[in-house]
Ligand binder design. Structure first.
Ligand SMILES: Nc1ncnc2c1ncn2[C@@H]1O[C@H](COP(=O)(O)OP(=O)(O)OP(=O)(O)O)[C@@H](O)[C@H]1O
Length: 267
C-alpha cells in the first residue's frame, strides 16, 4: 500500500499557559488527517479552532502531545524537511532583493545553480523583471508571488499553506489562487491548505475537512470536491455543483462558526 504524503494520526495538542503552568488548553484532540501524494486538501473551521496548530504539527514546528505524524510513512521527528511552508505573515527578508529572497534557501543548501533556478521561478510567478527590487518596492500581491517562488524553488514534496492570501484584495487573491492551481497542476505535490474562507477551500481543493470549534477541536465533516479541473476559481463558483457543495459544507460549518464567535465574545 502506498503511504500518504502526510498523515496526522490521532494527534492531540495541549498547550500549557505561560502565565499559570497549572492551566492547560487542548487546542485539538485525537485528530486524524491524511494528505495523499498529489492531493490538495483544505482545512476550514472557525477562528481559533486549531487549524494552524495542525499545520505546525505537520511542519514539525510543534510536537503533538500524543499521537504521531508520518511523512511518506516515516515518523516525523524535528522539522519536516520534505515540506515547504507559506504563512499568512510576510516572510521575506527586507534586506534581500526579490531574487536574493528566492535564492536564499538554495544557497543555504549549497545548490550550485541557485541563481538560475531562482530566476526561473521568478519568471514562473510573473516577476521576471523584478528580481532586483526589494520587498518594500513591491506590491502586496508581488510580495506573495516572491514568497510562493521562495517556497516552490526548493521543490518540496509537501506544501503547507496557512491562509497565504488572506491579506490580499479579492482580484489579486483570485489571480494568485489560479496561479497556485496551475503550478500545482503541473507538479502535483501534496498540499495542505488552511483557510477560513469556504469558497476558497472548495475552489482549490480535492477534499475539504471541516474542524469543530475549540477547545479540543476535531474533524466533523469531510467532503470530496468533484469539480472538474483545470478550474478557474472565479468561474467555478458560479457552477451548480459548487453551490451544492457550498450548501452541504456550510450546513456543517455554520454551527461551529457561531460557537466560535460566541466563545470569542465570552473571552
Ligand atoms: N503556543 C500557544 N500557547 C497557548 N495557546 C496556544 C498556542 N498556540 C495556539 N494556542 C491556542 O490554541 C487554539 C488554536 O490556535 P490556532 O492558531 O491553531 O487556531 P486557528 O484555527 O489557526 O485560528 P485562526 O483561524 O484565528 O488563525 C487557540 O485558542 C490559541 O489561542
Amino acid at each position: 500500500m502506498s503511504s500518504a504524503a502526510l498523515a496526522l494520526e490521532n494527534v492531540t495538542c495541549t498547550f500549557v499557559s505561560r502565565e499559570d503552568a497549572s492551566q492547560r488548553y487542548t487546542a485539538v484532540r485525537d485528530v486524524s488527517l491524511t494528505v495523499g501524494a498529489g492531493e490538495f486538501v483544505s482545512v476550514v473551521g472557525p477562528t481559533g479552532c486549531g487549524k494552524s496548530t495542525l499545520l505546525n504539527m505537520g511542519a514539525g514546528l510543534l510536537t503533538p502531545s500524543s499521537g504521531r505524524v508520518l511523512v511518506f510513512g516515516e515518523p516525523l521527528s524535528g522539522i519536516n524537511a520534505r515540506a515547504g511552508y507559506m504563512f499568512q505573515a510576510e516572510s521575506l527578508m527586507p534586506w534581500r532583493t526579490a531574487l536574493g529572497n528566492v535564492m536564499a534557501g538554495l544557497e543555504f543548501r549549497g545548490v550550485a545553480n541557485a541563481r538560475a533556478q531562482a530566476e526561473d521561478w521568478l519568471k514562473r510567478v510573473g516577476l521576471g523583471g523584478f528580481g532586483d527590487r526589494y520587498p518594500h518596492q513591491l506590491s502586496g500581491g508581488m510580495r506573495k508571488r516572491v514568497s510562493l517562488a521562495q517556497t516552490l524553488v526548493l521543490d518540496p514534496d509537501i506544501i503547507l499553506m496557512d491562509e497565504p492570501f488572506s491579506a490580499l484584495d479579492i482580484q489579486t487573491r483570485q489571480l494568485m489562487e489560479n496561479e497556485v492551481l496551475d503550478l500545482w497542476n503541473a507538479k502535483k505535490k501534496a498540499v495542505l491548505f488552511i483557510t477560513h474562507d469556504l469558497d476558497e477551500a472548495i475552489a482549490m481543493s480535492d477534499r475539504v475537512v471541516v474542524l469543530s470549534a475549540g477547545p479540543a477541536s476535531r474533524p466533523i465533516g469531510e467532503f470530496r470536491i468533484d469539480l472538474d479541473r483545470p478550474r478557474d476559481v472565479a468561474e467555478v463558483r458560479t457552477t451548480p455543483r459548487f453551490v451544492d457543495l457550498h450548501n452541504a459544507i456550510w450546513a456543517v460549518l455554520r454551527e461551529e462558526v457561531l460557537k466560535g464567535y460566541q466563545q470569542q465574545l465570552a473571552a
